[in-house]
Design a binder for this molecule. Structure first.
Ligand code: GDP
Length: 444
Protein backbone atom coordinates (compact mmCIF):
# COMPACT_ATOMS: atom_id res chain seq x y z
CA UNK A 1 0.00 0.00 0.00
CA UNK A 2 1.35 3.38 -1.10
CA UNK A 3 4.79 1.80 -1.09
CA UNK A 4 6.71 4.38 -3.11
CA UNK A 5 5.64 7.15 -0.72
CA UNK A 6 6.48 4.87 2.20
CA UNK A 7 9.94 4.12 0.80
CA UNK A 8 10.69 7.78 0.19
CA UNK A 9 9.65 8.81 3.68
CA UNK A 10 11.48 5.83 5.15
CA UNK A 11 14.76 6.98 3.56
CA UNK A 12 14.30 10.54 4.81
CA UNK A 13 13.58 9.38 8.36
CA UNK A 14 16.44 6.88 8.40
CA UNK A 15 18.83 9.72 7.71
CA UNK A 16 17.19 11.89 10.34
CA UNK A 17 17.36 9.21 13.01
CA UNK A 18 21.05 8.58 12.34
CA UNK A 19 21.97 12.21 12.99
CA UNK A 20 21.62 12.16 16.77
CA UNK A 21 21.48 15.88 17.52
CA UNK A 22 19.34 17.91 15.14
CA UNK A 23 19.38 21.58 14.27
CA UNK A 24 16.49 23.59 12.94
CA UNK A 25 18.17 23.51 9.55
CA UNK A 26 18.25 19.67 9.59
CA UNK A 27 14.52 19.54 10.24
CA UNK A 28 13.87 22.15 7.54
CA UNK A 29 15.82 20.07 5.02
CA UNK A 30 14.00 16.89 5.97
CA UNK A 31 10.63 18.60 5.71
CA UNK A 32 11.50 19.96 2.29
CA UNK A 33 12.14 16.38 1.24
CA UNK A 34 8.87 15.24 2.81
CA UNK A 35 7.10 17.97 0.86
CA UNK A 36 8.57 16.74 -2.44
CA UNK A 37 7.68 13.13 -1.57
CA UNK A 38 4.07 14.10 -0.86
CA UNK A 39 3.79 16.13 -4.07
CA UNK A 40 5.23 13.23 -6.05
CA UNK A 41 2.66 10.95 -4.46
CA UNK A 42 0.10 13.31 -6.05
CA UNK A 43 -1.16 14.78 -2.80
CA UNK A 44 -2.98 18.06 -3.53
CA UNK A 45 -0.88 21.20 -2.95
CA UNK A 46 -3.08 22.82 -0.25
CA UNK A 47 -2.99 19.55 1.69
CA UNK A 48 0.79 19.35 1.43
CA UNK A 49 1.21 22.95 2.58
CA UNK A 50 -1.06 22.43 5.53
CA UNK A 51 0.72 19.19 6.41
CA UNK A 52 4.19 20.73 6.38
CA UNK A 53 3.07 23.83 8.31
CA UNK A 54 1.61 21.73 11.10
CA UNK A 55 4.61 19.43 11.34
CA UNK A 56 7.01 22.37 11.32
CA UNK A 57 5.15 24.15 14.11
CA UNK A 58 5.55 21.19 16.37
CA UNK A 59 8.93 19.84 15.24
CA UNK A 60 10.99 22.99 15.46
CA UNK A 61 10.07 23.57 19.11
CA UNK A 62 12.91 23.49 21.59
CA UNK A 63 11.59 20.43 23.35
CA UNK A 64 11.85 18.25 20.29
CA UNK A 65 15.27 19.38 19.23
CA UNK A 66 16.70 19.12 22.72
CA UNK A 67 15.25 15.70 23.40
CA UNK A 68 17.42 12.60 23.47
CA UNK A 69 15.90 11.19 20.30
CA UNK A 70 14.96 14.20 18.18
CA UNK A 71 14.79 12.20 14.92
CA UNK A 72 12.37 9.74 16.46
CA UNK A 73 10.24 12.58 17.75
CA UNK A 74 10.04 14.22 14.35
CA UNK A 75 8.90 10.91 12.87
CA UNK A 76 6.22 10.69 15.55
CA UNK A 77 5.03 14.20 14.70
CA UNK A 78 4.85 13.30 11.01
CA UNK A 79 2.92 10.15 11.93
CA UNK A 80 0.42 12.13 14.02
CA UNK A 81 -0.08 14.63 11.23
CA UNK A 82 -0.56 11.84 8.72
CA UNK A 83 -3.25 10.28 10.93
CA UNK A 84 -4.98 13.67 11.13
CA UNK A 85 -4.75 14.20 7.36
CA UNK A 86 -6.20 10.75 6.70
CA UNK A 87 -9.18 11.60 8.88
CA UNK A 88 -8.19 11.23 12.55
CA UNK A 89 -10.49 8.90 14.38
CA UNK A 90 -11.90 7.13 11.34
CA UNK A 91 -15.60 6.81 10.63
CA UNK A 92 -17.96 3.90 10.32
CA UNK A 93 -20.99 3.38 8.14
CA UNK A 94 -23.99 4.83 9.94
CA UNK A 95 -26.48 2.07 10.66
CA UNK A 96 -28.34 3.84 13.44
CA UNK A 97 -31.22 5.33 11.43
CA UNK A 98 -34.67 3.70 11.46
CA UNK A 99 -34.59 0.65 9.22
CA UNK A 100 -34.43 0.25 6.36
CA UNK A 101 -31.28 2.38 6.50
CA UNK A 102 -30.84 3.81 3.01
CA UNK A 103 -27.57 4.11 1.18
CA UNK A 104 -26.72 5.60 -2.19
CA UNK A 105 -23.46 4.74 -3.92
CA UNK A 106 -22.23 7.35 -6.41
CA UNK A 107 -19.14 8.00 -8.51
CA UNK A 108 -17.67 8.02 -11.98
CA UNK A 109 -18.00 5.04 -14.28
CA UNK A 110 -15.33 2.42 -13.75
CA UNK A 111 -14.39 3.64 -10.29
CA UNK A 112 -15.60 0.38 -8.76
CA UNK A 113 -19.12 1.42 -7.71
CA UNK A 114 -20.95 -1.80 -8.44
CA UNK A 115 -18.21 -3.98 -7.00
CA UNK A 116 -18.05 -1.80 -3.88
CA UNK A 117 -21.85 -1.88 -3.45
CA UNK A 118 -21.76 -5.67 -3.35
CA UNK A 119 -18.66 -5.73 -1.14
CA UNK A 120 -20.28 -3.40 1.40
CA UNK A 121 -23.53 -5.38 1.30
CA UNK A 122 -21.60 -8.56 2.02
CA UNK A 123 -19.66 -6.88 4.82
CA UNK A 124 -22.85 -5.65 6.47
CA UNK A 125 -24.56 -9.01 6.14
CA UNK A 126 -21.66 -11.15 7.35
CA UNK A 127 -20.06 -8.90 9.97
CA UNK A 128 -23.01 -6.88 11.23
CA UNK A 129 -25.67 -9.53 10.58
CA UNK A 130 -27.81 -7.08 8.62
CA UNK A 131 -30.44 -8.11 6.10
CA UNK A 132 -29.51 -6.14 3.00
CA UNK A 133 -31.34 -5.45 -0.26
CA UNK A 134 -29.47 -3.97 -3.22
CA UNK A 135 -30.79 -2.36 -6.39
CA UNK A 136 -29.01 -0.87 -9.38
CA UNK A 137 -30.58 2.14 -11.06
CA UNK A 138 -28.02 2.13 -13.87
CA UNK A 139 -30.51 1.70 -16.71
CA UNK A 140 -28.11 3.18 -19.27
CA UNK A 141 -25.25 0.74 -19.31
CA UNK A 142 -26.30 -2.60 -20.76
CA UNK A 143 -26.07 -5.40 -18.22
CA UNK A 144 -25.19 -3.08 -15.33
CA UNK A 145 -28.14 -4.35 -13.32
CA UNK A 146 -27.31 -7.96 -14.16
CA UNK A 147 -23.76 -7.33 -12.95
CA UNK A 148 -25.07 -6.35 -9.52
CA UNK A 149 -27.40 -9.33 -9.49
CA UNK A 150 -24.52 -11.73 -10.17
CA UNK A 151 -22.37 -10.09 -7.50
CA UNK A 152 -25.34 -10.33 -5.14
CA UNK A 153 -25.58 -14.06 -5.73
CA UNK A 154 -21.88 -14.40 -5.01
CA UNK A 155 -22.23 -12.34 -1.84
CA UNK A 156 -25.46 -14.11 -0.77
CA UNK A 157 -27.22 -10.75 -0.68
CA UNK A 158 -30.65 -10.11 -2.25
CA UNK A 159 -31.04 -7.81 -5.22
CA UNK A 160 -34.28 -6.20 -6.33
CA UNK A 161 -35.74 -8.24 -9.24
CA UNK A 162 -35.09 -6.45 -12.54
CA UNK A 163 -38.06 -5.05 -14.48
CA UNK A 164 -37.24 -3.97 -18.04
CA UNK A 165 -37.70 -0.30 -18.98
CA UNK A 166 -38.29 0.80 -15.40
CA UNK A 167 -37.00 4.31 -14.64
CA UNK A 168 -34.43 5.00 -11.88
CA UNK A 169 -36.91 6.82 -9.60
CA UNK A 170 -39.43 3.99 -9.95
CA UNK A 171 -36.78 1.42 -9.14
CA UNK A 172 -35.84 3.30 -5.99
CA UNK A 173 -39.44 3.61 -4.84
CA UNK A 174 -40.19 -0.06 -5.52
CA UNK A 175 -36.96 -1.13 -3.80
CA UNK A 176 -37.61 0.98 -0.72
CA UNK A 177 -41.16 -0.39 -0.38
CA UNK A 178 -39.91 -3.96 -0.69
CA UNK A 179 -37.19 -3.31 1.89
CA UNK A 180 -39.69 -1.72 4.28
CA UNK A 181 -42.39 -4.36 3.91
CA UNK A 182 -40.04 -7.34 4.04
CA UNK A 183 -38.03 -6.27 7.05
CA UNK A 184 -34.69 -5.44 5.46
CA UNK A 185 -32.24 -3.53 7.67
CA UNK A 186 -30.44 -1.81 4.81
CA UNK A 187 -31.43 -0.76 1.30
CA UNK A 188 -28.50 0.06 -1.01
CA UNK A 189 -28.80 1.83 -4.35
CA UNK A 190 -26.01 1.54 -6.92
CA UNK A 191 -26.30 4.55 -9.23
CA UNK A 192 -25.21 5.13 -12.82
CA UNK A 193 -21.85 6.75 -13.49
CA UNK A 194 -20.45 8.68 -16.41
CA UNK A 195 -16.89 8.97 -17.61
CA UNK A 196 -16.93 12.64 -16.64
CA UNK A 197 -19.05 14.77 -14.39
CA UNK A 198 -22.08 15.98 -16.34
CA UNK A 199 -25.20 17.90 -15.48
CA UNK A 200 -27.67 15.21 -16.46
CA UNK A 201 -25.99 12.74 -14.11
CA UNK A 202 -25.92 15.20 -11.22
CA UNK A 203 -29.56 16.13 -11.80
CA UNK A 204 -30.60 12.48 -11.68
CA UNK A 205 -28.60 11.91 -8.49
CA UNK A 206 -30.26 14.91 -6.84
CA UNK A 207 -33.70 13.56 -7.74
CA UNK A 208 -32.82 10.12 -6.42
CA UNK A 209 -31.48 11.66 -3.24
CA UNK A 210 -34.67 13.66 -2.71
CA UNK A 211 -36.76 10.52 -2.98
CA UNK A 212 -34.52 8.11 -1.10
CA UNK A 213 -33.27 10.54 1.57
CA UNK A 214 -30.21 8.37 2.08
CA UNK A 215 -28.60 8.00 5.50
CA UNK A 216 -25.33 7.38 3.70
CA UNK A 217 -24.28 8.78 0.34
CA UNK A 218 -20.94 7.21 -0.41
CA UNK A 219 -18.66 8.40 -3.18
CA UNK A 220 -16.53 5.69 -4.74
CA UNK A 221 -13.09 7.02 -5.69
CA UNK A 222 -10.41 5.17 -7.62
CA UNK A 223 -7.22 5.62 -5.57
CA UNK A 224 -5.16 5.25 -8.76
CA UNK A 225 -6.42 8.62 -10.00
CA UNK A 226 -4.67 10.48 -7.17
CA UNK A 227 -5.77 13.98 -6.22
CA UNK A 228 -8.22 14.06 -9.18
CA UNK A 229 -10.34 11.64 -7.16
CA UNK A 230 -10.51 14.19 -4.35
CA UNK A 231 -11.48 17.00 -6.72
CA UNK A 232 -14.24 14.94 -8.35
CA UNK A 233 -15.45 13.97 -4.87
CA UNK A 234 -15.64 17.67 -4.01
CA UNK A 235 -17.93 18.36 -6.98
CA UNK A 236 -20.19 15.46 -6.03
CA UNK A 237 -20.25 16.70 -2.46
CA UNK A 238 -21.28 20.19 -3.54
CA UNK A 239 -24.03 18.93 -5.83
CA UNK A 240 -25.38 15.85 -4.10
CA UNK A 241 -24.01 15.96 -0.54
CA UNK A 242 -21.79 13.08 0.57
CA UNK A 243 -21.45 11.37 3.93
CA UNK A 244 -18.31 9.43 3.12
CA UNK A 245 -15.87 8.04 0.59
CA UNK A 246 -14.96 4.51 -0.44
CA UNK A 247 -11.45 4.35 -1.85
CA UNK A 248 -10.91 1.53 -4.36
CA UNK A 249 -7.80 -0.10 -5.87
CA UNK A 250 -5.74 0.64 -2.79
CA UNK A 251 -4.18 -2.77 -3.52
CA UNK A 252 -2.63 -1.47 -6.76
CA UNK A 253 0.33 0.84 -7.00
CA UNK A 254 -1.71 3.91 -6.11
CA UNK A 255 0.59 6.63 -4.87
CA UNK A 256 -1.41 7.87 -1.90
CA UNK A 257 -2.56 11.21 -3.31
CA UNK A 258 -6.25 10.34 -3.19
CA UNK A 259 -6.18 8.95 0.34
CA UNK A 260 -4.23 11.88 1.71
CA UNK A 261 -6.18 14.60 -0.15
CA UNK A 262 -9.80 13.55 -0.01
CA UNK A 263 -10.57 14.35 3.61
CA UNK A 264 -8.97 17.78 3.50
CA UNK A 265 -10.58 18.73 0.19
CA UNK A 266 -14.09 17.44 0.79
CA UNK A 267 -14.35 17.36 4.57
CA UNK A 268 -15.82 13.86 4.17
CA UNK A 269 -14.22 10.87 5.86
CA UNK A 270 -12.98 7.85 3.95
CA UNK A 271 -14.98 5.00 5.45
CA UNK A 272 -13.85 1.94 3.54
CA UNK A 273 -11.18 0.84 1.10
CA UNK A 274 -11.20 -1.76 -1.67
CA UNK A 275 -8.15 -3.99 -1.57
CA UNK A 276 -8.70 -6.21 -4.62
CA UNK A 277 -11.24 -7.50 -7.08
CA UNK A 278 -12.67 -10.24 -4.91
CA UNK A 279 -15.90 -9.63 -3.02
CA UNK A 280 -14.33 -9.98 0.42
CA UNK A 281 -11.46 -7.61 -0.36
CA UNK A 282 -12.73 -4.53 1.42
CA UNK A 283 -11.52 -3.11 4.72
CA UNK A 284 -12.53 -0.41 7.12
CA UNK A 285 -10.38 2.69 6.76
CA UNK A 286 -8.49 3.27 10.01
CA UNK A 287 -6.30 6.38 9.59
CA UNK A 288 -3.90 5.35 12.37
CA UNK A 289 -3.31 1.90 10.92
CA UNK A 290 -2.86 3.28 7.43
CA UNK A 291 -0.37 5.90 8.57
CA UNK A 292 1.53 3.07 10.28
CA UNK A 293 1.61 1.09 7.08
CA UNK A 294 2.76 4.05 5.00
CA UNK A 295 5.52 4.82 7.49
CA UNK A 296 6.50 1.13 7.59
CA UNK A 297 5.61 0.77 11.24
CA UNK A 298 3.39 -2.18 10.36
CA UNK A 299 -0.25 -2.79 11.12
CA UNK A 300 -0.30 -5.62 13.58
CA UNK A 301 -3.89 -4.93 14.66
CA UNK A 302 -5.29 -5.60 11.19
CA UNK A 303 -3.05 -8.64 10.89
CA UNK A 304 -4.43 -10.10 14.11
CA UNK A 305 -8.01 -9.36 13.05
CA UNK A 306 -7.50 -11.03 9.71
CA UNK A 307 -6.00 -14.07 11.40
CA UNK A 308 -8.94 -14.28 13.80
CA UNK A 309 -11.39 -14.13 10.88
CA UNK A 310 -9.58 -16.66 8.74
CA UNK A 311 -8.15 -19.25 11.06
CA UNK A 312 -10.48 -21.83 12.49
CA UNK A 313 -9.34 -22.74 15.98
CA UNK A 314 -10.38 -26.38 15.78
CA UNK A 315 -8.64 -26.84 12.44
CA UNK A 316 -5.52 -25.22 13.85
CA UNK A 317 -5.51 -27.59 16.80
CA UNK A 318 -5.98 -30.61 14.58
CA UNK A 319 -3.09 -29.44 12.46
CA UNK A 320 -0.88 -28.99 15.52
CA UNK A 321 -1.64 -32.60 16.52
CA UNK A 322 -0.80 -33.85 13.06
CA UNK A 323 2.46 -31.95 13.18
CA UNK A 324 3.21 -33.48 16.55
CA UNK A 325 2.75 -36.96 15.12
CA UNK A 326 4.73 -36.20 12.00
CA UNK A 327 1.66 -36.69 9.80
CA UNK A 328 1.73 -33.26 8.14
CA UNK A 329 1.35 -33.78 4.39
CA UNK A 330 0.96 -31.82 1.16
CA UNK A 331 -2.81 -31.47 1.66
CA UNK A 332 -2.12 -29.69 4.94
CA UNK A 333 0.43 -27.45 3.29
CA UNK A 334 -2.14 -26.60 0.59
CA UNK A 335 -4.64 -25.63 3.31
CA UNK A 336 -2.08 -23.37 4.92
CA UNK A 337 -1.33 -21.69 1.60
CA UNK A 338 -5.05 -21.15 0.98
CA UNK A 339 -5.35 -19.42 4.33
CA UNK A 340 -2.53 -17.05 3.46
CA UNK A 341 -4.38 -16.20 0.23
CA UNK A 342 -7.58 -15.56 2.17
CA UNK A 343 -5.75 -13.23 4.52
CA UNK A 344 -4.72 -11.03 1.60
CA UNK A 345 -1.82 -12.94 0.05
CA UNK A 346 1.87 -12.63 0.83
CA UNK A 347 2.04 -9.02 -0.36
CA UNK A 348 -0.90 -8.02 1.82
CA UNK A 349 0.47 -9.79 4.87
CA UNK A 350 4.00 -8.54 4.49
CA UNK A 351 2.75 -4.96 4.13
CA UNK A 352 1.45 -5.24 7.67
CA UNK A 353 4.77 -6.23 9.23
CA UNK A 354 6.80 -3.41 10.77
CA UNK A 355 10.01 -2.53 8.94
CA UNK A 356 9.49 -4.96 6.05
CA UNK A 357 9.96 -2.37 3.29
CA UNK A 358 13.71 -2.39 3.86
CA UNK A 359 13.88 -6.06 2.92
CA UNK A 360 11.82 -5.77 -0.25
CA UNK A 361 14.76 -6.41 -2.57
CA UNK A 362 15.97 -9.49 -0.72
CA UNK A 363 12.42 -10.85 -0.65
CA UNK A 364 12.10 -10.36 -4.39
CA UNK A 365 15.48 -11.96 -5.04
CA UNK A 366 14.45 -15.02 -3.05
CA UNK A 367 11.61 -15.49 -5.56
CA UNK A 368 8.94 -14.66 -3.00
CA UNK A 369 6.18 -12.75 -4.73
CA UNK A 370 2.40 -12.52 -5.04
CA UNK A 371 2.23 -15.33 -7.56
CA UNK A 372 4.36 -17.74 -5.54
CA UNK A 373 1.42 -19.09 -3.58
CA UNK A 374 -0.77 -19.68 -6.61
CA UNK A 375 2.19 -21.46 -8.28
CA UNK A 376 2.68 -23.64 -5.22
CA UNK A 377 -1.01 -24.47 -5.02
CA UNK A 378 -0.99 -25.38 -8.71
CA UNK A 379 1.94 -27.73 -8.08
CA UNK A 380 0.15 -29.47 -5.20
CA UNK A 381 -3.07 -29.71 -7.23
CA UNK A 382 -1.20 -31.56 -9.96
CA UNK A 383 -0.06 -34.26 -7.53
CA UNK A 384 -1.99 -37.50 -7.01
CA UNK A 385 -3.34 -38.24 -3.52
CA UNK A 386 -0.57 -40.83 -3.04
CA UNK A 387 2.06 -38.23 -3.87
CA UNK A 388 0.48 -35.67 -1.57
CA UNK A 389 0.48 -38.09 1.35
CA UNK A 390 3.99 -39.29 0.69
CA UNK A 391 6.07 -36.84 -1.35
CA UNK A 392 9.07 -39.20 -1.09
CA UNK A 393 7.74 -41.08 -4.14
CA UNK A 394 8.31 -38.03 -6.30
CA UNK A 395 11.11 -39.09 -8.63
CA UNK A 396 12.39 -37.11 -11.61
CA UNK A 397 9.73 -38.20 -14.10
CA UNK A 398 6.89 -37.53 -11.65
CA UNK A 399 8.30 -34.09 -10.95
CA UNK A 400 8.43 -33.37 -14.67
CA UNK A 401 4.81 -34.48 -15.07
CA UNK A 402 3.71 -32.24 -12.19
CA UNK A 403 5.58 -29.25 -13.59
CA UNK A 404 3.91 -29.71 -16.97
CA UNK A 405 0.50 -30.30 -15.41
CA UNK A 406 0.69 -27.20 -13.24
CA UNK A 407 2.18 -24.89 -15.85
CA UNK A 408 5.30 -24.40 -13.69
CA UNK A 409 8.90 -25.57 -13.93
CA UNK A 410 10.73 -28.48 -12.28
CA UNK A 411 12.61 -25.82 -10.28
CA UNK A 412 9.28 -24.64 -8.83
CA UNK A 413 8.37 -28.22 -7.93
CA UNK A 414 11.77 -28.80 -6.34
CA UNK A 415 11.57 -25.58 -4.40
CA UNK A 416 8.20 -26.54 -2.93
CA UNK A 417 9.45 -30.02 -2.02
CA UNK A 418 12.52 -28.53 -0.36
CA UNK A 419 10.30 -26.16 1.62
CA UNK A 420 8.11 -29.08 2.66
CA UNK A 421 11.15 -31.12 3.67
CA UNK A 422 12.49 -28.21 5.74
CA UNK A 423 9.15 -27.90 7.51
CA UNK A 424 9.13 -31.60 8.30
CA UNK A 425 12.71 -31.51 9.58
CA UNK A 426 11.85 -28.60 11.81
CA UNK A 427 8.79 -30.39 13.18
CA UNK A 428 10.88 -33.49 13.90
CA UNK A 429 13.41 -31.42 15.77
CA UNK A 430 10.70 -29.70 17.77
CA UNK A 431 9.14 -33.04 18.66
CA UNK A 432 12.47 -34.51 19.72
CA UNK A 433 13.06 -31.59 21.99
CA UNK A 434 9.66 -32.23 23.53
CA UNK A 435 8.12 -30.10 26.20
CA UNK A 436 11.21 -30.13 28.41
CA UNK A 437 13.53 -29.22 25.60
CA UNK A 438 11.37 -26.34 24.53
CA UNK A 439 11.31 -25.04 28.06
CA UNK A 440 15.06 -25.30 28.28
CA UNK A 441 15.41 -23.31 25.09
CA UNK A 442 13.04 -20.70 26.44
CA UNK A 443 10.47 -21.40 23.72
CA UNK A 444 7.59 -22.21 26.04
P1 GDP B 1 -18.34 0.82 -11.82
O1 GDP B 1 -18.41 1.13 -13.29
O2 GDP B 1 -17.95 2.02 -11.03
O3 GDP B 1 -19.55 0.15 -11.29
O4 GDP B 1 -17.10 -0.16 -11.65
P2 GDP B 1 -17.08 -1.74 -11.38
O5 GDP B 1 -17.60 -2.04 -10.04
O6 GDP B 1 -17.71 -2.44 -12.53
O7 GDP B 1 -15.51 -2.00 -11.34
C1 GDP B 1 -14.65 -1.78 -12.44
C2 GDP B 1 -13.44 -2.71 -12.33
O8 GDP B 1 -12.66 -2.41 -11.20
C3 GDP B 1 -13.84 -4.17 -12.16
O9 GDP B 1 -13.01 -4.96 -12.99
C4 GDP B 1 -13.57 -4.46 -10.70
O10 GDP B 1 -13.24 -5.81 -10.48
C5 GDP B 1 -12.39 -3.56 -10.42
N1 GDP B 1 -12.29 -3.18 -9.01
C6 GDP B 1 -13.23 -2.63 -8.21
N2 GDP B 1 -12.75 -2.39 -6.97
C7 GDP B 1 -11.46 -2.81 -6.96
C8 GDP B 1 -10.41 -2.83 -5.97
O11 GDP B 1 -10.54 -2.41 -4.82
N3 GDP B 1 -9.21 -3.35 -6.37
C9 GDP B 1 -8.99 -3.80 -7.65
N4 GDP B 1 -7.78 -4.28 -7.94
N5 GDP B 1 -9.94 -3.79 -8.58
C10 GDP B 1 -11.17 -3.30 -8.27
Amino acid sequence: MFSSLGNRLGDIFDRLRKRGALTEADVETALREVRVALLEADVALPVVKDFITHVKERAIGQEVLKSITPGQMVVKIVYDQMVATLGGEGAEINLLATPPVTMMIVGLQGSGKTTSTAKIARLLSTKKRKKVLMASVDVYRPAAREQLKILGQEAHVDTLPIIDHEKPLEIVKRGYEKARLEGYDVFMVDTAGRLHIDDALMEELVQLRNVLKPTETLFVADAMTGQDAANVAKTFHERVGLTGVVLTRVDGDARGGAALSVRHITGCPVKLMGMGERIEQIEEFHPDRIASRILDMGDVLTLVEKAAETIDREEAEKLAQKMGKGQFDMNDLANQLRQVTKMGGLGGLMGMLPGINKYKNQIQQAGIDEKMISRQLAVINSMTQVERKNPKVLNGSRRKRIATGSGTTVTDVNRLLKQFQDMQDMMKRMNKLGEKGLKRQGLR
